[in-house]
Design a protein around this ligand. Structure first.
Ligand code: ARG
Length: 472
């Protein structure tokens, strides 16, 4: 018997692939992680075949018990994955036939690896989307707790990385909370994109057997069946959606890590990362490096590349299945794994870091961040805003030259700059008052932020309820 004849497709082959082509063509190292999904799909398929009288009940029972044993072998690590099996589908089927004989050979009736791999990948993506949402929710919870714990703490808000206007630290943290809220919405929509059953499409054209696709969808927890067999076996939009959601989430984490890196420098000194979330230098004894934050930032390039890779893989493919599509899983799985790890790392860093409220306040008092409010004070008293801007700009210049802050200006100095300054002008430069005045909805004023905390909590609770309704 030739090696080609050993393969499930070996019948029409006289010569076998060699060791290199066998390995080159295999996806087993990548797709073996879908073994659980493959077995679930096969059990549902076998039961439906028996239900429809396509195979006997005895055969279906033998198949289900064999698959259950394989499931246990995989769980306890005794299952032998052999590269000669090419992919997880053939590995499971080969073992099934070893275990239960010819009944195992009936499992592949009315099915192709094309609809099988699409089904497994969708099941995997649904689980992954829920897992990513769970990890994102853990980080959102930590951001919310920190926002509540450090309420009232003021730090500089930046534009162009120059101090701009003071904001509450809670407000700054919640900005990331909302980014992650949108990430969870994207994971959810990727979940929904994956929630359609392709099985029953067979290789590309459907099957001659009287299959019950709705029953399989129900058994596997899909809310719908695909409408077109060609589309079903070649559609990877759900993978694109999930990988895109991953790329955006990783980009958000990268931005947050960039801030942690800046904040933990001696120059900023706003936070100190816990020892467990930093590393030292092999030469410079004083160093404490934010390696893990840098790694999250660095891995972002990979995840963005994963999305590009998947898009480019799909762009030239004619209908229906093409082997190129086997290249869909390495980037998608890499994106899922990287974002899952990064969410966990960022949560760990935030939950354990020390926050230096005094350093934040000191930085907020520098940088002339009350200048807009001082100009607003003049504008409210009838001075055209352009003139007010000019007057305050000159005061800033004077302070800068003399190494002073706006808060150190006296009433006499203000009046000298413009007689329009009112008696309460100095209140305009008090940093806490500057923050408190931003009462617009979604602004950084204390009350607006308290309202934001309440809506953040509601948004988180709603997302947790969604996950839990799906067993995630
Ligand atoms: N390992 C393959 C993949 O990941 C499974 C589908 C193979 N189908 C085929 N006709 N060769 O895409």
């Amino acid at each position: 018997m030739t090696a080609g004849a050993r393969k499930p497709w070996g019948g029409r082959f006289e010569r076998s692939v060699d060791a290199f082509t066998e390995e080159f063509g295999a996806s087993l190292p990548v797709d073996q992680r879908m073994a659980e999904q493959d077995i679930r799909g096969s059990i549902a398929h076998a039961k439906m075949l028996a239900e429809r009288g396509i195979i006997s009940d005895q055969d279906a029972e033998a198949i289900v018990s064999g698959l259950s044993q394989i499931y246990r072998e995989i769980a306890d690590g005794t299952f032998v994955f052999d590269i000669a099996d090419e992919d997880v589908h053939m590995a499971v089927e080969r073992r099934l036939i070893d275990l239960v004989g010819p009944a195992g050979g009936r499992l592949h009736t009315a099915r192709s690896r094309n609809d099988q791999v699409a089904t497994d990948t969708r099941l995997y993506c649904k689980d992954a989307a829920l897992g990513l949402a769970r990890a994102a929710d853990a980080l959102r919870g930590t951001l919310l707790r920190l926002a509540e714990k450090h309420s009232g703490v003021v730090l500089p808000g930046y534009t162009h990385l120059q101090r701009a206007q003071p904001v509450l630290f809670s407000h700054h943290l919640l900005a990331y909370f909302w980014m992650l809220t949108r990430d969870v919405a994207r994971f959810r929509s990727a979940y929904e994109a994956a929630d359609t059953l392709p099985l029953g499409s067979a290789a590309l054209a459907g099957t001659t057997f009287p299959v019950d696709r709705e029953a399989v969808a129900k058994a596997l927890g899909f809310s719908d069946i695909s409408a077109n067999s060609l589309d079903a076996v070649s559609d990877r939009d759900f993978l694109l959606d999930l990988t895109y959601a991953c790329a955006v989430a990783q980009t958000h984490l990268s931005r947050l890590c960039e801030e942690l890196i800046l904040w933990s420098t001696g120059e900023f000194g706003f936070v100190t990362l816990d020892d467990a979330w930093a590393t030292g230098s092999s030469i410079m004894p004083q160093k404490k490096n934010p390696d893990f934050a840098e790694l999250v930032r660095g891995k972002t390039g990979r995840v963005v590349g994963d999305l590009t890779s998947l898009l480019v893989t799909l762009k030239g493919l004619p209908l229906a299945y093409n082997k190129d599509m086997q290249e869909d899983k390495p980037p998608a799985f890499d994106a899922i794994d990287t974002v899952a790890d990064s969410l966990r790392a960022v949560e760990g860093m935030l939950a354990t870091m020390s926050v230096h409220e005094d350093a934040m306040r000191a930085a907020a008092n520098g940088g002339f961040m009350a200048a807009t409010d001082l100009a607003d004070h003049l504008a409210a008293r009838g001075v055209p805003f352009r003139d007010a801007h000019e007057i305050v700009g000159r005061l800033v210049l004077t302070c800068e030259r003399e190494g002073r802050t706006l808060q150190s200006l006296t009433m006499a100095e203000l009046r000298e700059a413009s007689p329009a300054f009112g008696d309460d002008a100095l209140e305009a430069v008090d940093i806490d008052a500057v923050v408190a005045r931003r009462t617009s909805a979604g602004g950084t004023g204390h009350e607006a932020v308290s309202a934001q905390v309440v809506s953040a909590r509601e948004a988180l609770d709603a997302d947790v309820a969604w996950r839990e309704s799906l067993g995630g």
